[in-house]
Design a protein around this ligand. Structure first.
Ligand code: NAD
Ligand code: ZN
Length: 239
């Protein structure tokens, strides 16, 4: 690739899926039956009221099932297609699966996946796209205990292997795209910081300024589905 230096790291957050209609955690969108996401997406909430937490996830799954990848998800696939083996990694904070649906391959899901369920007691895990789910909470087919959503809740640690892959990519990347993330939630927010320290060219796509904004080389100030395709037309290899 001539115009963008590789390796490339792409980091995405809830903002990239906004134009696909995926409900976010903030503002009016984040409210469900008067509960805030922060009150439901925790291990404590699940231990106390698993049916309630599952009802919310089932509602989210139904909403997300109606959403399609948008032009920004598609540009990220085009960037991956234009790079060689080992030159591209996508680290996403999203749990919606839209990157995979668009065709992204080298994806690391920092916060897990709403489509993966795992048992709270045994080692059973499954990919399950059924909406709505019944009964709630879904029973484990292996041991009869509950399945939980395969997402990382507030207060839980991230998967070591996933995190290591993302940090390695941040240290070696020459170009980093940071799309639709508030850059407030760590450790994800540390990835562009590490890349900046290593001298990478960092591009931020976000209609709002974030704590990262003052340090980036380029800011695309607006919706990702609108601005990213234009940016890629300027930077895509022509031969
Ligand atoms: P966030 O903290 O990642 O912030 C979203 C950012 O997107 C904001 O800075 C906002 O200015 C920006 N934005 C809004 N519209 C945009 C657009 N059209 N193009 C580009 N940027 C845009 O997101 P959050 O909603 O506060 O979520 C926190 C965490 O909750 C996430 O990291 C994730 O784990 C989880 N979550 C996931 C999803 C999903 O899977 N789609 C949705 C909501 C929450
Ligand atoms: Zn089990």
């Amino acid at each position: 690739m001539k115009t963008i230096e590789t390796p490339i790291l792409v980091l995405t957050g809830a903002g990239i899926s906004r134009e696909s209609g995926v409900p976010t955690f903030r503002g009016a969108d984040g409210l469900w039956k008067n509960y805030r996401a922060e009150e439901l997406a925790t291990p404590e909430a699940f231990a106390r009221r698993p049916e309630l937490v599952w009802e919310w996830y089932d509602w989210r799954r139904q909403a997300i099932a109606k959403c399609n990848p948008n032009a920004a998800h598609e540009v990220i696939v085009a960037i991956e297609d234009a790079t060689g083996p080992g030159e591209f990694l996508l680290a996403t904070q999203n749990v919606d699966g839209l990157h995979e649906l668009a065709g992204s391959r080298n994806v690391r899901r920092l916060h897990g996946s709403i489509w993966h369920l795992r048992c709270v007691r045994c080692d059973h895990e499954e990919l399950n796209r059924t909406v709505p789910l019944a009964p709630l909470p879904p029973p484990c087919p292996q041991c009869g205990s509950f399945l939980r959503p395969g997402v990382v809740w507030f207060g839980e640690g991230l998967d070591r292997v996933v995190l290591d892959a993302a940090f390695t990519a941040a240290r070696t990347a020459r170009t980093v795209l940071v799309i639709g993330t508030s850059s407030l939630v760590y450790p994800a927010a540390a990835l562009p910081e590490i890349a900046l320290e290593s001298g990478a060219h960092v591009v931020e796509v976000n209609p709002e300024a974030t704590p990262l904004s003052p340090y980036v080389a380029e800011r695309l100030e607006g919706p990702a589905a609108e601005l990213l395709p234009a940016w890629w037309r300027e930077h895509a290899p022509t031969d």
